[in-house]
Write a protein that binds this ligand. Sequence first.
Ligand code: UD1
Length: 416
Amino acid sequence: MQKLAIQGGAPLRGEVRISGAKNAALPIMCASLLTADTLHLTNLPDLHDVGTMRKLLLQMGITAEVAPNEITFNGGKVENWEAPYDMVKTMRAAILVLGPLVARFGDAKVSLPGGCAIGSRPVDLHIKGLQAMGAEIAIEHGYIHAKAKRLQGARIFFDIVSVTGTENLMMAAALADGVTVLENAAREPEVVDLADCLRAMGAQISGDGTDTVTITGVKALHGATHRIMPDRIESGTFLVAAAATGGSITLRETRADILETVLEKLSEAGAKIKVEGDSIHLEMSGRPKAINVRTAPHPAFPTDMQAQFMALNCIAEGSAMVVETIFENRFMHVQELRRLGAQIEVEGNTSVVKGVTHLEGATVMATDLRASACLVIAGLVAQGETVIDRIYHLDRGYEHIESKLSQLGANIRRIK
Ligand code: UD1
């Protein structure tokens, strides 16, 4: 199993290009199932999850021409409507094939995802939404089997805001008969990016980015070209790493408008931030101030940035409270941070972090994607060497992370 070894202490300095967003790329790749035509995607990040999704789509009969950071899908010959357990268990986002398959082919068989490290993460809202649109759904042998002659437009209210739930139903509704209204829909920028791609394919969607999305179904979608939006979580991760190490970095090809709460929190911590077009510059001098964080659906503070801010708070001046309201088990990084000398108390969904003047390098284990990013940040500030085990989580969501960090002056290497 591969590991990362980091010699901490070097402030991050320089420029880094931000990659395309994983959480936009995965649903948008599934949109290729909605058309018999060609979908050309650019700014596609080179990530393990993107590879897994491509493999799943190819297995269904989609054809793909691959170029660096680009892909051209063709959905003219899809003949297998099944997403097997082996793929869904490694990448929950595989559930995103369900809506497109049942909408276009009237039949889909997708494995239930099962649990994951950060919580139980059910998909009941995806299923209820499709049922409201007239799909007949049976759960058999661990699989969701959905059938429908043609989905019918419906009014669907989400009890809990769900990002992939909103995306799945938006794709299904694009080919349904009549109007679908999604209420209490997710407002995440990745939902808007998917809607932009679907509109380019001929879908009629409005209200994306608000909590009410209206989709008027059309008979067929056509081909399109779409550029994947920049990754706001990768952007935020580099900014926090620079702030934690007392560095000065510039992110290129990103967007400040999708990072508002994160930038606000970083300013509160004492960072100086300047936005110029698609660049964000951050400069930090001195020790960061501890900052309270409470995760909630967009536009509030993202759960995918909680672990990274926890790392920042570990070495901050003062104490901070970190509250996780989205996932029930997303403090797995706490025990690992304690191994580096962090002082953190956990009570239910709340962590209290008391900043210490320094962390000390140790061997730690990554438990999920964003927890891994948190450990990298902690390793970058810790004195001496930190070795992070199980970094395959990191490769699922961060493109070329060690080369990007090395380029910024970090002393980091991969042990194969
Ligand atoms: C997406 C993101 C993930 C991010 C999360 C929250 C992708 C590929 N992944 O995950 O990085 O951490 O949003 O911002 O975009 N829930 C239900 N029933 C459902 C669906 C969800 O109870 O049918 C619950 C979940 O257990 C969780 C909450 O709703 O507590 C939000 O989950 P959701 O927004 O669906 O997360 P994902 O879309 O899986």
